[in-house]
Design a protein around this ligand. Structure first.
Ligand code: PMP
Length: 363
């Protein structure tokens, strides 16, 4: 199933227009991108052969060492040589998807990260909400789109392969980052992480720790895809991390996003009292569900006309459920300032109000 072109066109229009408050996309806040430090790290890296040369497909040893060290501190003992640096977590998902038997099912729950669904479908897998799937995909610690920890017990107990995507795990507002799932079942948990959410998505650096039996096959398909993750990005990241208190960087990001989340939640409670949502425990977004079914693309169109955008819920549904799932949408608080979060909620309330004449939503 290709990306819905109508949603794509609306998102592009919304991003172009200065009068539209963008609550779609789930981008990190520009204020938190380490621009100065990155400029220095890139400039210094560019003076070295390593950064400008080809490297091995598994990635730079020092970066793999840093990743293994962070995971070790969280209870996952991992050899740096087990780590594969990928072009973002997204490439890790594509590589795993291509490894799993084509035609088999993958359990993704009733809503999950859209580009994971796309990666699974591109590899001939069937993403499904059914629990009895041949493999499972979990966004651990902080799920996308719900923004809360999801229970991994059933997936782990299934004995099937589990993809543990930690994209937002460090960004739990309470700082209680759970131990990596691979610590419990390293022989079938595929661990996925990324530098995108805390440092920079433009860097395109993520990582994958496959079960040991799959490492060689994954390295071969990584090499066939792109030889290696960009040396310059990896070298710059290593230098950036050298000069950075990473724990403090994460702590600052948590505080920053927690504040924005609180503002959006309060605005939604006030302006959209009929909407159902859970206050996020971390990450970038709030997942909102409405009581009644409906056309979420038409809703997005109306919203963009009113000057606000969001990610329609259908993007997050397993394909078979798209038509019948309840109307939902994801609102990202990460990249909008307080005023926009409040005004965006007001505009959304107006859009929803118009759908249901007779139901008055307080202004
Ligand atoms: N997994 C999840 C759950 C995500 O939300 C994202 C980014 N939106 C990714 C993976 C991909 O991240 P990246 O490729 O930038 O590392």
């Amino acid at each position: 199933v290709p990306k819905n072109p109508a949603i794509d066109a609306l998102h592009r229009e919304a991003a172009e227009r200065r009068d539209v408050i963008g609550l779609a996309g789930g981008l990190p806040a520009s204020e938190l991108l380490p621009k100065e430090a990155m400029a220095e790290a890139l400039a210094a890296a560019a003076q070295t052969d390593d950064a400008l040369q080809y490297g091995w497909p598994e990635g730079a040893a020092r970066l793999r060492g840093w990743i293994a060290g962070r995971l070790g501190a969280r209870g996952l003992a991992v050899d740096p040589d087990a780590v594969i640096v990928t072009a973002g977590a997204q490439q890790a998902l594509s590589l795993i998807a291509a490894f799993l038997p084509s035609g088999s099912t993958i359990g993704v729950g009733d809503a999950t990260y859209p580009a994971a669904i796309a990666a699974f479908e591109a590899a001939g897998l069937e993403p499904t909400a059914t629990r009895d799937a041949a493999a499972h995909y979990l966004v651990t610690g902080v799920s996308n789109p719900r923004g809360v920890a999801i229970d991994s017990t059933a997936a782990l107990a299934s004995g099937r392969p589990v993809i543990a995507d930690e994209a937002y795990a460090e960004l739990r507002f309470d700082g209680e980052v759970p131990a990596p799932l691979a610590a419990d079942a390293a022989d079938r948990v595929w661990h996925v992480g990324t530098a995108s959410k805390v440092l920079s998505p433009g860097l395109r650096v993520g990582w994958l720790i496959p079960p040991a039996h799959a490492r060689e096959a994954i390295l071969q398909s990584k090499e066939a895809a792109d030889l290696q993750t960009g040396s310059l990005a990896q070298a710059a990241l290593v230098r950036l991390l050298d000069g950075l208190d990473y724990d403090e960087t994460v702590a600052r990001a948590r505080r920053f996003y927690a504040e924005r989340a609180g503002i959006l939640v309060e605005a939604l409670e006030r302006h959209l009292p009929d909407a159902r949502f859970t206050a996020p425990e971390g990450g970038f977004s709030v997942w909102v569900e409405l009581e009644e079914p409906g056309d979420d693309v038409a809703l997005l169109e109306a919203a963009v006309a009113q000057g606000v955008s969001f990610d329609p819920g259908s993007m997050f549904r397993p394909p078979a459920d798209r038509a019948r799932a309840p109307l939902a949408f994801r609102l990202s608080f990460s990249a909008s300032g307080p005023e926009d979060l409040v005004e965006g909620s007001r505009r959304l309330a107006r859009v929803l109000d118009r759908r249901r004449p007779g139901v008055r939503i307080p202004a």
